[in-house]
Design a protein around this ligand. Structure first.
Ligand SMILES: *Cc1c(COP(=O)(O)O)cnc(C)c1O
Length: 452
């Protein structure tokens, strides 16, 4: 296909898109260059981009750009298109809903699809206690509302977050997020009554789960006091912070302490949720039942939607009118979420995530043999990462990480980096990626690492 064909007749997205890595120009090609120039002229400089292309279609395991290049997608738009981009069932549900009505505002005239999403989330989130749900637009907004609800219920103010945490970019969630650059620097003052304690980071702290929990809990008791603490919020596997899997026993110890002290335990499953880790929710992998769960990203196949789901008595603590928002639970996003949850369950995508995870782990482990620059390989399911270090010192090697990621992108493979130290490449392919394409992408990663 020539660049001209792509311009005049954009390829249809979804799984019908040719499942191949195809470079017809350099990355970026001339059309993307043109669009990137318009982007820098028109879009605020603070809004960056990782891959210097402009997308025109996506589906299966590829993203096609404005020049007709087809890139293998190992990022899913940051763990969003887990069911696959433009999944036919999502497309159908969205098209039907958009023709029916686009908005009434659920707080003005409710509609069934919102209730259906709430019912589904109450059913699929961990624990068989009575649950309620409220819907929002973004992960950050869900986190904000989980904190609101926890404070209202406990009538306490303090909130604990962890080292390496990422919870969003709004004012309260910036305060919860650990990393200054790029998320917080210069954007203060931040919300008060937020406290940070060490997380479990087995590769770097060498602590057992119970010992890491003891350290965190001791700080909480000494410096905050359980009686003042409304909530502890944690990502079961830390996402932006570096795909850090806590040591066994860490999460249950923290959750048990919360329960014993009347503190609301919030699992931020915005990135880990919806089959990504090989379970519907990562909390299940660690045997914890959170009081509240925040979700977004994978929930609706790419439509903006987010939720707080949790114990009915906590969720119902707010006075009527205390929660909501103009667009929260928009009917088009809800239609997409109903379809997406159907796909997660009907196509058993959790099992597919386990398969994808095995392929990723096997290949990354093979790369690590004889290459001490890969310090750690970790993750669960289709949420895997490699942490790069200087073999001599064990210090994080962000420069190597950036060089490998850049080389992959130039060769038509979309990879994302993360980590407090910027030295982690994370792999989050859509679960619709064909095995052969995933294998080819990992060849590219291996070559980029060998050449770096
Ligand atoms: C992405 C993310 C958020 C923020 O979600 P937005 O939709 O970008 O506001 C919050 N928590 C976690 C764990 C995330 O990965």
């Amino acid at each position: 296909m020539s660049a001209l064909d792509t311009l005049t007749a954009p390829p249809v997205g979804g799984p019908t898109l040719a499942q191949e890595r195809r470079l017809v120009t350099a990355i970026p090609g001339p059309r993307s260059e043109e669009l990137l120039a318009r982007k820098s002229a028109a879009v605020a400089a603070g809004v960056g981009h990782t891959v210097p292309i402009h997308a025109v279609a996506a589906g299966g395991g590829v993203v096609v750009d404005a020049d007709g290049n087809s890139l293998i997608d190992l990022g899913s738009g940051i763990a969003v298109t887990t069911v696959g981009n433009a999944h036919p069932k999502i497309v159908e549900a969205v098209q039907a809903q958009v023709a029916q009505f686009t908005h009434t505002c659920f707080m003005i005239s409710p509609y069934e699809s919102y209730v259906e999403v709430a019912e589904a989330l109450n059913r699929v989130t961990p624990g068989d206690h009575e649950k309620k749900t409220a819907l929002f637009n973004s992960g950050a907004e869900a986190v904000e509302n989980a904190i609101k609800v926890a404070r209202k219920y406990t009538q306490r103010q303090a909130v604990v977050a962890f080292d390496h945490a990422y919870h969003g970019r709004t004012n309260l969630t910036m305060a919860l997020t650990a990393k200054a650059m790029p998320y917080k620097s210069g954007f203060g003052p931040f919300a008060s009554e937020i406290y940070r304690v060490p997380a479990s980071y087995p590769y770097r702290d060498g602590l057992s789960g119970p010992d890491a929990a003891k350290k965190a809990i001791s700080l909480i008791e000494k410096q905050i006091g359980a009686d003042n603490l409304a909530a502890v919020i944690i990502e079961p596997i830390q996402g932006e912070g570096g795909f850090i899997v806590p040591a066994d026993g860490f999460l249950p110890a923290v959750a048990d302490w919360c329960r014993a002290n009347g503190v609301v335990f919030i699992a931020d499953e915005v990135q880990t949720g919806f089959a990504r880790t090989g379970a519907m929710f990562a909390s299940e992998l660690f045997g914890v039942v959170p009081d509240l769960v925040t979700t977004a990203k994978g929930i609706a196949g790419g439509l903006p939607l987010a939720a707080v789901t949790g114990r009915a008595e906590i969720m119902d603590a707010s006075h009527t009118g205390g929660l909501g928002g103009t667009y929260g639970g928009n009917p088009i996003a809800c239609a997409a979420a109903v379809a997406a949850i159907d796909v997660f369950e009907g196509e058993n995508l959790a099992a597919r995530a386990v398969e994808v995870g095995r392929m990723l782990a096997d290949r990354l482990t093979a790369m690590q043999q004889g290459d001490p620059r890969i310090g750690d390989i970790r993750g669960r399911g289709a949420m895997m990462a490699a942490e790069f270090v200087d073999p001599a010192t064990g210090e994080p090697d962000a420069a190597l990480t950036g060089a490998v990621a850049k080389a992959c992108i130039a060769q038509g493979v979309i990879v994302l980096t993360c980590g407090t130290y910027g030295n982690v490449i994370r792999f989050l392919p859509p679960l619709s990626i064909p095995d052969a394409l995933l294998a080819e992408a990992l060849d590219v990663v291996a070559d980029a690492l060998a050449a770096a």
